[in-house]
Design a protein around this ligand. Structure first.
Ligand SMILES: *[C@@H]1O[C@H](CO)[C@@H](O)[C@H](O)[C@H]1NC(C)=O
Ligand SMILES: *[C@@H]1O[C@H](CO)[C@@H](O)[C@H](O)[C@H]1NC(C)=O
Length: 254
């Protein structure tokens, strides 16, 4: 009899525990995304965090089930807010420094200074495989990209503080004229240098940027900050004193 009571009691307790956790899971997801959050939203938010924190180091296209999530992220205000927070931190850091004559802040171009959302919104927010010919034809060569608003604000504040700006891009040197024209049109009216990649240079993105930063240091510049949306622009040797990662869940450059 004792044995039976114990068994029944155990069963009741276990089923209550199971019942409680089972009930709370699908009804109330602690996501912060509100009642309308789907399982894809939750999974894709995790995926995006993994990309931004470099737990995912490279991907060719975004997961198919995350296209709607990424589109909402980009167009819905969160992307701009994340971009603002990152750029503000650059400024909060920079304004505490004693500016020296040779102090520079490096900005990447695509996805950092210039917004390529107009292109990516037409190409599945990163769900289509990247086609560099198409990107050059429809985007780069048009010289019509808008500034990322928060980067432009930050750029102007950094200039006011007395920092020099260097743009360091993986765009090839044959894009120099269109890139200069686009930067000016978007509101970036001055810079110390615009560094583009020689077509004969077959270094990968990170290696190329590390080498260019080394040259800048050898030329006597102090790189106080390096701002980019790709980890390959920020990682590796010859680092800036601080690096700042802008959001970009749409593609990964290697
Ligand atoms: C890349 O884009 C170009 C120009 O639009 C097109 O001609 C070419 O077929 C595309 N390549 C692939 C692999 O889709
Ligand atoms: C883009 O412009 C450059 C420089 O004028 C040119 O060499 C290149 O062929 C153009 N690319 C495309 C895809 O139109």
């Amino acid at each position: 009899m004792k044995f039976v009571v114990f068994f029944v009691a155990t069963f009741l307790v276990a089923s209550q525990c199971y019942g409680a956790s089972f009930r709370s899971f699908p009804l109330q997801m602690p996501t912060g995304y509100g009642d309308g959050a789907s399982h894809d939203d939750v999974r894709c938010a995790s995926w995006r965090l993994a990309v931004e924190s470099l737990n995912i180091q490279s991907f060719e296209t975004i997961p198919e089930e995350c296209v709607a999530y990424i589109a909402n992220y980009i167009e819905g205000g969160q992307y701009q807010s994340d971009s603002k927070t990152a750029n503000q931190q650059v400024f909060f850091y920079a304004r505490e420094l004693q500016v020296q004559d040779n102090d520079v802040v490096i900005f990447n171009v695509d996805g950092t200074a210039l917004s390529n959302i107009p292109y990516y919104s037409q190409h599945g927010y990163g769900s289509e495989k990247f086609n560099s010919t198409r990107y050059d034809e429809e985007f780069v060569n048009k010289s019509d990209a808008p500034a990322l608003p928060e980067t432009l604000k930050n750029y102007n504040k950094l200039l006011d503080l007395g920092f020099k700006i260097i743009f360091l891009t993986g765009r090839l040197t044959d894009k120099k004229a269109v890139t200069e024209a686009n930067l000016r049109k978007a509101g970036f009216h001055t810079w110390e240098k615009l560094i583009l990649k020689d077509p004969s240079n077959n270094q990968k993105a990170q290696e190329y940027k590390v080498a260019e930063r080394k040259k800048l240091m050898q030329q006597g510049y102090r790189i106080v900050a390096n701002v980019a949306d790709q980890w390959t622009s920020l990682r590796g040797a010859n680092k800036a004193i601080r690096t700042f990662k802008l959001p970009n869940p749409m593609y990964s450059i290697q």
